[in-house]
Ligand binder design. Structure first.
Ligand code: GLA
Length: 764
């Protein structure tokens, strides 16, 4: 809901209030963003500026307190007495422009205010538009505030109303001054190590969260949190900030002496020069803001709800995602139609629903050195083309998915030979990344080529899923990079708006472009090329702060793992991938009979609880050091995953302590049945089983392929209240023998517990 009363604007949603007011001289003052408050209390919420501040510059000579530098503001200019970081930077004829924006009016838009530059935005909502003008510089600024159930959005549009061009160097999507002391929780890494959470105190020196890759990048995710230092999973005040944008981005938070933290976010100003001709406008991406006073868990719930309801394409909103098999890690570039169909048959038998043909199916693409750009099927590998492959898969009962990487080109390709000028222009001799160059999507003919080529592919075969990859960052700087992002969005609109039922999974060497902009087109994103489940604990945990689990692909791959050489139990690889969109990406021919049985059981379990795994309320539960515990909660059922890293000797008691249950109700709790590898015990087998087998011998390796031992099972019925208090789990192996009731897991062991509501109420 949005109300206006004598220049006070109150934006309210299910979780928060956002209040601002127009000051008598026309500046926009930030009053409150936080727990719900009453509109009538606006005056009570305003800071008392006292008698003024020594060296301050005043906008009213008669009033010592009339100083922009110390006021909590909703926007600020440059060179007018506010010496904090400005959200705007302009020049004219090489000279910096001072700016000062004063309120000129407002408008309300039911159902949202559509953007005009082609940037994606949250669907629906109610929007407040505020007009501000700088009469001296002949500029008009429009600030948009969107109100959604669990989040607010903000963005800005700058219009040059003068007769001379203006150069725009920086225009943030929003700026505000929040009272309070915060820590920034941001999400960093790189290839195969994405979205690791890092925590930095926000002081007067400030904290910057920026990508200058031309893409949102795996170095620095756009999304971050500002949390009070004592914030935990269930208590404390925390803000979530994210940007619906896939290019270079910037955010900063800096605390003033007065205890206001100025926070802003938008397109990265690095090397940004955008000519704004007389009469022209520049539109920023939309920022998404949420608040919770119930800790990180509350904030994540608010952000997840917003993504699920207002970001992902409508067709895929809450629509169950298929369990897929992807050919990449199993085949790389080496496959034939026969081999693929042989794998597909096995994938189908295991329970997969979608077969994804990854890289290597077109042109001379037999390695990553050639062929990228030439999307004509390699008929040596696929003599019947994509159509026959798709039809064969469909006949088996599998959907067909296809990999493409349309934003790049190998110099060794027919496309590059025909159009060497289609790549992003560079001043220096071009440098390759993964043997490829980026196409210049700011050029209409390049966009047309991609739209026609990919569109024709999708119509040529029964394709229901596309993995859209992008494997090198762009050399484009500043405005050129932004034009490429706009070009990408146009291409995605033109291809997929007409084909809403195609499930798009975007990818950028894994999670190199995991952002809300891509999620507006692709409801799921390949989170990382790193499928080691222990690495995934950090990656998926980091993502979970701001993105719902339906947004990331999570695949079971081979062990030892290709990037870490770490050997992990198949159970843990499955258990971690359950908390995401499950897939399998390994050579199925190499599976032992017992592994097949185990995978079939994993897939069946996942499908039985798929809606909860993909769309249930996600929580990070507290657990012992060195472990991670996630919970998802849906209709009548809750699932808890408990994952261990290294196993300590003499491990202490461990408890299952789920959250969000009805204390009055009774619940049936059961661990998902999972098995232990006999071979994993080596010569220790004699301690745990009444048989003697030579470690590494033929007998043990044969037994290992066909038998598993049971891992400590838990099954009981108990009240929600007791579960909230915490129930002890089966003890862990401590080197003295085997008991089916023990959890004999060792390093990287894990369990998933299913908690189902019973129908009758607790009696005592
Ligand atoms: C990237 C992706 C992988 C795979 C390969 C194919 O690395 O992240 O999943 O698709 O490209 O070349």
């Amino acid at each position: 809901m949005i109300t206006e009363n004598s220049g006070v604007f109150h934006l309210q949603n299910e979780t928060a209030s956002y209040l601002l007011r127009v000051r008598p001289e026309g500046f926009l003052e930030h009053l409150h963003f936080g727990a719900p408050v009453c509109t009538g209390d606006a005056q009570a919420l305003a800071v008392r500026s006292g008698l003024g501040w020594g060296d301050s510059v005043q906008f009213d000579e008669e009033d010592n307190a009339a100083c922009l530098d110390v006021l909590p503001l909703e926007w600020s200019g440059a060179g007018r007495g506010d010496y904090r970081e400005s959200p705007i930077s302009l020049s004219r004829g090489g000279e910096p422009l001072s700016t000062e924006f004063r309120y000129a009016g407002f408008a309300l838009h039911e159902g949202g205010a559509p953007m005009t530059s082609g940037l994606p935005q949250s669907r629906g909502g109610e929007t407040l538009e505020l007009w501000l003008t700088d009469e001296t510089q002949k500029l008009r600024l429009r600030l948009f505030y969107g109100v959604f159930e669990t989040a607010f959005t903000r963005r800005a549009v700058l219009e040059n109303c003068g007769d001379l061009p203006v150069t725009l160097h920086k225009l943030m999507s929003f700026c505000m001054d929040l009272p309070g002391k915060f820590r920034m929780h941001s999400f960093h890494g790189g290839w195969i190590a994405e979205t690791h959470r890092r925590v930095t105190d926000v002081g007067q020196a400030g904290v910057v969260n920026e990508s200058v890759c031309g893409d949102s990048s795996n170095r620095v995710n756009c999304g971050f949190l500002l949390a009070e230092p004592e914030t935990g999973e269930t208590q404390g005040r925390v803000y979530g900030v994210n940007l619906i944008y896939s290019g270079s981005h910037y955010a900063s938070a800096r605390r003033s002496l007065q205890g206001l933290t100025r926070v802003m976010q938008g397109i990265s100003p690095a090397d940004f020069h955008w000519e704004l001709a007389p009469g022209a406008c520049f539109e920023t991406p939309e920022a998404v803001l949420a608040f919770s006073d119930a800790g990180f868990g509350g904030l994540s719930a608010a952000m997840h709800a917003h993504v699920n309801r207002h970001i992902v394409p409508e067709y895929w909103q809450n629509r169950p995602r298929p369990v897929l098999y992807n050919s990449w890690e199993g085949c790389m570039f080496d496959f034939s139609e026969r081999k693929l169909l042989h794998l597909a048959k096995q994938a189908k038998e295991l329970g997969c629903e979608l077969f994804v043909l990854d890289d290597g199916w077109f042109g001379a693409r037999n390695s990553d050195r050639a062929g990228l750009g030439d999307y004509d099927v390699n008929t040596k590998k696929l003599p019947g083309g994509l159509k026959r492959l798709g039809e064969e898969l469909n006949a088996m009962g599998l959907d067909f998915g296809l990999w493409v990487e349309p934003e790049s080109v190998n110099p060794d390709s027919a496309l590059y030979r025909a159009h060497p000028d289609w790549v992003v222009p560079e001043q220096h001799p071009p440098l390759l990344g993964r043997h490829q160059l980026r196409l210049d999507l700011s050029r209409p003919e390049v966009r047309d080529y991609i739209v026609e080529k990919v569109g024709a592919l999708l119509d040529s075969a029964p394709i229901s899923y596309v993995k859209w990859d992008m494997n090198r960052h762009s050399p484009a700087l500043g405005a050129a990079a932004h034009r490429n992002v706009l070009g990408l969005y146009e291409v995605l609109h033109r291809i997929f708006d007409a084909r809403p039922q195609i499930l798009l999974e975007s990818c950028a060497s894994g999670g190199g472009r995991f952002d809300l902009g891509m999620l507006c087109f692709s409801p799921q994103i390949w989170a990382s090329d790193d499928t080691d489940p222990i690495e995934r604990l950090d990656i998926q945990d980091g993502l979970s702060y701001l993105y719902p689990q339906s947004a990331w692909g999570a695949h079971v791959s081979q062990s030892p793992h290709a990037q870490t050489l770490r050997a992990t139990p198949l159970s843990t690889r499955g258990n971690v991938s359950f908390f995401g969109v499950l897939g399998y990406e390994l050579n199925l021919d190499e599976l032992s009979p017992v592994e097949r049985t185990e995978i079939a059981a994993q897939i069946a379990f996942y499908k039985a609880h798929r809606e909860t795994f993909q769309f249930g309320r996600f929580r990070r539960l507290s657990c012992e050091e060195n472990a991670v515990c996630w919970q998802v909660q849906g209709e009548g059922e809750t699932l808890v995953g408990l994952f261990h890293r290294l196993m300590p000797a003499a491990a202490g008691y461990e408890f299952l302590r789920p959250a969000g249950l009805d204390p009055q109700k009774r619940y049936h709790v059961a661990s998902r049945p999972q098995l232990l590898r006999v071979g994993g015990f080596g010569s220790l087998l004699r301690h745990v089983a009444p048989v003697r087998m030579k470690p590494g011998g033929l007998l043990l390796s044969t037994v290992d392929k066909h038998y598993r031992m049971y891992d400590g099972a838990l099954e009981l019925t108990v009240s929600g209240a007791t579960l909230h208090a915490g129930i002890p789990l089966p003890a862990r192996f401590a080197g003295t023998g085997y008991d089916p009731a023990l959890r004999v897991q060792g390093d990287f062991g894990s369990n998933v517990f299913l908690i189902e509501e019973e129908t009758e109420n607790e009696e005592s």
